[in-house]
Ligand binder design. Structure first.
Ligand code: HXC
Length: 262
């Protein structure tokens, strides 16, 4: 992973934790088409790399996580399907990141606006610096969020709060984001905090982690009854793993479990 060459992102791996940095600081890390394609490629590589147990997503520089889709590129797109295609390209990248079987944590150091907030929304856990500014300003450009923000935000914080943010286009700070459940933690050094949360997660059974993510994702797409069926099926899978045997054995022997992911 470390050796992959991308134009607008970097990936650094230390042990089981990989850090993906969107790296276009001159444009406050705005997501152009190339960056979106690279995010999808990175997700694919990470999904197929058994060494990576957790992914942190962040932005280069102090000023921004990601300031949105690249407005100059959007302004130059032409053709009857250009807008829809750009939306689908971004949605696809976000879906691939969101569907990773490992935990994905966003470390938000500055602006997370528009497509940048949507990138954070496709992560499992969000950690914001007290300096972070978040919002969905698309309507100020005559647009709507197009990287799944209209879908993920109401599922995360409820339709009322999501509509307020999307219709007013107002920016909120870390404390307000925390109070509405938009971010999980506020920390002076969000990248460091993200590493700590990732370290805590990777101690747990990796198959169990991926099954939790699958249960929540599939459950949110259906009703309670069908969701519970999904849960019971996935519980059955977890129950049949050697990780479960190891987890219970370690508990009874009063030692930390050593999970193998099988
Ligand atoms: C392209 C961007 C950009 C963006 C910032 N820049 N955001 N370029 N796309 N989204 C560039 C600026 O043009 C500028 O380049 C440089 O980054 C620094 O930004 P400034 O504006 O000079 O910084 P500052 O005055 O501190 O303001 C910061 C800011 C502002 C408040 C974050 O940059 C801003 O409002 N950005 C746009 C935020 C936005 O509307 N995002 C939503 C995009 S729509 P130069 O060359 O002048 O130095 C979207 C839709 C998604 O995301 C769905 C699509 C399908």
């Amino acid at each position: 992973l470390d050796e992959m060459e991308f134009e607008n992102i970097t990936i650094d791996q230390h042990g089981p934790i990989a850090v993906l940095t969107v790296n276009r600081p001159k444009a406050l890390n705005a997501l152009n088409g190339t960056t979106l394609s690279e995010l999808a490629m990175a997700a694919d590589l990470i999904a197929n790399d058994p060494e990576v147990g957790a992914l942190i997503v962040t932005g280069a520089g102090d000023k921004a996580f990601v300031a949105g889709a690249d407005i100059s590129e959007l302004a130059g797109l032409e053709g009857p399907f250009a807008g829809r295609d750009m939306s689908l390209l971004g949605q696809d990248a976000m879906t691939q990141l969101s569907n990773l079987p490992i935990p994905v944590i966003a470390a938000i150091g500055g602006y997370a606006l528009g497509g940048g907030l949507e990138l954070a929304l496709c992560c499992d856990i969000r950690i914001a610096s007290p300096r972070a500014r978040m919002g969905l300003p698309e309507v100020t450009l005559g647009l709507l969020p197009g990287f799944a923000g209209t879908q993920r935000l109401p599922r995360l914080i409820g339709a009322g709060r999501a509509l307020d943010l999307m219709l007013t286009a107002r920016q909120i700070g870390a404390e307000e984001a925390l109070s509405m459940g938009l971010v999980n933690y506020v920390a002076d050094d969000p990248l460091q905090k993200a590493r700590e949360v990732a370290e805590q997660i990777v101690k747990n059974g990796p198959l169990a982690i991926s099954l939790v993510k699958e249960a929540v994702r599939r459950g949110l797409a259906t009703d309670l009854e069908a969701g519970m069926e999904i849960e019971a099926d996935l519980f059955g899978l977890a129950f049949a793993t050697s990780d479960f045997k190891e987890g219970t054995k370690a508990f009874l022997e009063k030692r930390p479990a050593e999970f193998k992911g099988e």
